[in-house]
Design a protein around this ligand. Structure first.
Ligand SMILES: [Zn+2]
Length: 169
């Protein structure tokens, strides 16, 4: 089921002991994270962007090994088309308007972010705060069988899909 990242929830005990080690937030950690964000640009949701993203993941795997746990020293590539990092996004699916605990995306859904990316997003938001929230393009979770309740975020959504209507300006 869902992984509880926040708080202390000892009722989830499937992970090895090294899980979620408390991270001491120092300036060094912050600058390390900022550098990683810069070195792992978030590519656009188009064929070139996906190719670049796949290359980032391959490079990550080559450098760190696929089973390596994501940390403030490894960073992780961001999936194209998802919300900007540290923008109050849901770490489970990379969209806005809810969080991982009430994400409606089924656990095994293909649109779910990888566990590694979710971990990286959680680390960044925790250490640096949601510094991209004000500037991030709002991304809402759009799935055919799920209807998201309207929220302030959704009103501002820039639609990528067809039917590009002119606003009422
Ligand atoms: Zn979600």
């Amino acid at each position: 089921m869902q992984q509880a990242n926040q708080g202390t929830q000892p009722n989830f005990s499937r992970q090895p002991t090294a899980a979620q080690q408390p991270l001491t937030i120092t300036d060094k950690v912050k600058s390390s994270i900022r550098q990683l964000i810069t070195s792992l640009p978030h590519h656009p949701d188009n064929p070139a962007g996906h190719a670049a993203y796949n290359a980032q993941v391959s490079q990550w795997n080559a450098k760190w090994g696929e089973s390596t746990r994501v940390s403030h020293e490894t960073g992780y590539p961001l999936k194209p088309g998802t919300a900007a990092i540290a923008s109050s996004e849901c770490f489970a699916c990379g969209t806005h308007g809810h969080n991982g605990r009430n994400c409606t995306l089924p656990v095994n859904h293909i649109e779910r972010l990888s566990r590694k990316e979710a971990a990286w997003r959680a680390i960044v938001s925790k250490v640096l705060g949601t510094f991209n929230r004000a500037t991030a393009m709002p991304i809402s979770l759009v799935l055919n069988q799920f209807t998201q309740p309207a929220s302030a975020w959704i009103e501002e959504v820039v639609e990528f899909s067809e039917g590009k209507e002119e606003g009422s300006a």
